[in-house]
Design a protein around this ligand. Structure first.
Ligand SMILES: Cc1cc2nc3c(=O)[nH]c(=O)nc-3n(C[C@H](O)[C@H](O)[C@H](O)COP(=O)(O)OP(=O)(O)OC[C@H]3O[C@@H](n4cnc5c(N)ncnc54)[C@H](O)[C@@H]3O)c2cc1C
Length: 387
């Protein structure tokens, strides 16, 4: 058992931390409040190779794994810049295309994802299906060599910043007549694809959208993989990287909040010469949150290591547990930090309440805490499926 990062991973962590700190939370908040994107940070991270750390070197990436991408996600978040699109574009889309795309799809999409010049977002959630992916109603029909996609998607992040969206649809199996999942790489400006921005109570430079697909015509090679059989494995390929990187973002956010609060409580003196942090009623909740964040980081490390060793099933259990633990720890850490800062905790200037919406959403998306508990109950505890 080894809890240390390699020297290269250590260097990556230090370098990403330095980049994140140069931008910082005030940059992130200013962009979110003015309705802009964190383009400068994204582009610089791309130029420095941080967005492609997990992409194979032959396509311009760093040739590392999800461990490296989790480091990028965590350190940017720990600097106050939790970038949700890291979870969508390099973690989900790049993994799916690298592992299950055709040669042509890899050559066309991976270099741009690696240097950050292109983004591919991910659309699975539907208004009438929600957590129940078996009810997906977006259907792909053949029309000659082309595909026609029709359906609706909801809460899709970053569509306004992306060139493509990876859409999970269903196709009819010619032999059984059953619908099975298939993934399509859809240009965000495709005729028949309309979007409506959702008003969300999350302070973020990244937006969520409703997507309407109305007979969106796609060429045959928009289908991910060589055949329809690639659909299910391709979909599953994205899940572990998604859970692990979103967990890393949560752990980084938790670290950021605890650090802000600790600096404040160690120096604020309102009862004579002692800091408010000397009162255990203030320090213990922060220490408790720090323990929860550190426990989540351990599980993230385990899940990423298993995933990078190709142990997908074990990584699935650890990845889900890591996502659960980090989602809870981040929400606890931010809420505890707000309380420890008193009134300052609710100001924009001190930069902790600005994360309340994001960490709250982290207990719902990309997979809710309840659905993870269902998974653990079924796969770890051997309970019957309840749904
Ligand atoms: C900020 C944000 C960004 C997002 N970005 C994306 C994106 O880029 N792409 C994308 O495809 N989706 C995205 N989503 C959607 C997200 O993945 C879903 O919101 C999430 O999977 C939950 O689905 P739902 O909202 O339909 O809730 P529902 O499935 O309707 O669930 C509602 C509640 O019921 C609980 N519940 C449902 N079924 C069960 C059950 N069987 N047992 C116990 N509890 C249950 C849930 O846990 C939840 O608390 C995003 C969401 C948010 C908030």
């Amino acid at each position: 058992m080894n809890f240390d990062l390699t020297p290269e991973q250590d260097q990556l962590r230090d370098a990403v931390r330095a980049l994140g700190r140069r931008y910082g939370h005030s940059y992130f908040v200013a962009k979110a409040k003015s309705g802009e994107h964190t383009t400068e940070l994204w582009e610089e991270a791309g130029r420095l190779g941080y967005l492609g750390v997990n992409i194979p070197t032959e396509y311009g990436g760093g040739g590392g794994g999800i461990t490296e991408l989790a480091i990028v996600c965590e350190e940017l978040a720990a600097a106050g810049c939790p970038l949700l699109l890291l979870v969508v574009s390099p973690a989900i889309a790049a993994t799916v295309i690298a592992r299950h795309g055709t040669d042509e799809q890899r050559k066309r999409h991976l270099p741009g994802l690696a240097d950050g010049s292109r983004k591919i977002v991910f659309a699975i959630t539907e208004p009438d299906a929600g957590s129940n992916f078996h009810r997906l109603g977006t259907v792909a029909r053949r029309d000659g060599d082309d595909w026609l996609l029709t359906g609706r998607k909801v809460y899709i992040s970053g569509v306004d910043e992306a060139q493509h969206v990876l859409v999970v649809a269903r196709t009819e199996d010619a032999t059984t007549g059953k619908l099975k999942p298939a993934l399509f790489i859809v240009p965000t400006d495709a005729p028949g694809l309309e979007r409506a921005k959702l008003d969300m109570e999350i302070l973020s430079p990244e937006n969520q959208f409703l997507l309407y697909l109305d007979d969106v015509r796609l060429p045959a090679d928009a289908l991910v993989g060589e055949s329809l059989d690639a659909g299910l494995p391709a979909l599953f390929a994205g899940l572990n990287p998604e859970r692990i990187t979103v967990a890393a973002m949560g752990a980084g956010t938790g670290r950021y909040a605890i650090e802000r609060a600790s600096e404040y409580t160690a120096t604020r003196k309102i009862w004579g010469g002692r800091s408010i942090g000397s009162h255990q009623g203030v320090a213990h909740p922060l220490a408790h949150a720090a323990v929860q964040v550190e426990l989540a980081r351990l599980m993230i490390h385990k899940a990423a290591t298993l995933y990078d060793e190709g142990r997908d099933l074990e990584a699935g259990v650890s990845g889900n547990m890591a996502k659960y633990a980090a989602g809870e720890a981040a929400a606890l850490a931010v809420d505890t930090a707000v309380q420890a800062l008193g009134g300052a905790g609710m100001t924009t200037e001190y930069g902790v309440a600005t994360l309340l919406g994001a960490v709250r959403a982290g207990r719902i998306a990309p997979v809710s805490r309840e659905m993870i508990l269902n998974f653990v109950a079924q796969h770890v505890l051997g309970q019957d499926k309840s749904y």
